[in-house]
Structure formats: C-alpha cells, structure tokens
Design a protein around this ligand. Structure first.
Ligand SMILES: CC(C)(COP(=O)(O)OP(=O)(O)OC[C@H]1O[C@@H](n2cnc3c(N)ncnc32)[C@H](O)[C@@H]1OP(=O)(O)O)[C@@H](O)C(=O)NCCC(=O)NCCS
Length: 160
C-alpha cells in the first residue's frame, strides 16, 4: 500500500466495517509505524483488497483485512492473508494473532483455513454494538507442520 492507494482503501473500508479508522490512521501507519506492513490487492489498476500486519519480534498481529464487496469470493481475501502471513514469516515471526467479530463467519472460515484457532473471547470488545471478539491465533509459523500446511494451501491457491 502506498499513500496514493489510501482513498481507494478508505472506500473499501467504509463498505466493509461499521466503524472505520480515523482519516489519518493509514497515513500514520505507512509513514511512521516501522512495525506496520500494509498491502493492497489489485485487479488491473483498481485496488480491490487490502490488509495490514504488525510484526514485533516473534509476534505478529493482523490489524485489518477487507475486500471490496463487489469482488468478494474471488480469492482476493485469501491472497492478501497469504501475503500477510508471508510477511510475518519473512520478518521472523513465530506467532500470528487477530481479532474477529463473533458473527463474522466468513472471515473466521478463512482464518481457520490458514490454521488459526480461537484462543479466547473478549466480551463486548466492539464499542459500536458491544459485539464480542474472538481472539484467533496460529503458530508456530516456524514449525514444519505449519510450513507444510502453508505450502499445500499455496499450491492449491496458485492452481485454482
Ligand atoms: C473476509 C473477507 C476478507 C474474505 O475475502 P474474500 O475475497 O471474499 O474471500 P476468498 O474468496 O479469498 O475466500 C477465501 C476463503 O474465505 C472463506 N470464505 C469466503 N467466502 C465465504 C463464504 N461466503 N462463506 C464461508 N466462507 C467463505 C473460505 O474459507 C474461503 O476458502 P474456500 O474457498 O477454500 O472455502 C471478505 O469477506 C471481507 O472483506 N469481509 C468484510 C471485512 C471483514 O470482515 N474483514 C475481516 C475482519 S477480521
């Protein structure tokens, strides 16, 4: 993700989430947060998906992930998640975590596909409607088991 992508990203964000980040948040993440790594998925020149991750030594945290509603179900979400996991691994992370709404079955399904399991729940985590968050986690990203799982998923993704 580059600063020029942010207006398209913000449009996808507004169409995807009840509560959006403050206007400057993406700029700050790109410009000043050295732990943050953001990516967009493009179809031609159009930004159709985006996601971000923080990598802090052996820990990583998916901060956001969304696909333009018009382009969902076409594997862009999976492509971005794969990129985030690759980034975490390349930077030496062993663990990856994220929060997801309890009702968000589609995202949970995607995360489970990539080896995430629910480790705990935060009751009333989302301030807009008091919905609870599942805290999902995958690891060790360095283990042979996870590497093999990722290899198989990548092969399936690339040949589908
Ligand atoms: C969650 C989201 C990113 C998925 O992106 P997508 O491009 O639509 O999903 P993909 O086409 O890449 O599908 C990948 C996997 O997601 C899951 N998935 C996708 N659509 C699904 C659906 N309608 N029902 C159940 N699972 C689904 C499946 O596991 C799928 O893998 P499979 O095809 O092998 O079963 C997208 O729906 C989105 O932007 N949602 C709104 C924002 C959001 O909830 N972000 C996550 C915040 S934690």
């Amino acid at each position: 993700m580059a600063p020029d992508d942010i207006s398209a990203v913000a449009q996808i964000e507004r169409a995807s989430f009840a509560t959006v980040w403050p206007t400057n948040a993406f700029y700050n993440e790109l410009r000043t947060n050295k732990l943050a790594h953001y990516f967009v998925g493009r179809l031609g020149s159009r930004v159709v998906a985006y996601g971000g991750i923080w990598v802090i030594l052996e820990d990583s945290h998916v901060t956001t992930l969304a696909v333009d509603p018009r382009y969902r179900g076409r594997r862009f979400g999976e492509a971005v998640l794969l990129r985030l996991i690759d980034e975490a691994i390349e930077r030496g992370a062993a663990w990856i975590t994220l929060e997801v709404r309890e009702s968000n079955a589609v995202a949970q399904q995607l995360y489970r596909k990539y080896g995430f399991t629910t480790v705990t729940m935060r009751t009333g985590y989302y301030s807009d409607d008091n919905e609870s968050a599942l805290i999902m986690w995958a690891g060790s990203l360095k283990s042979e088991l996870y590497r093999n799982r990722l290899r198989v998923l990548r092969e399936r993704f690339e040949t589908a």
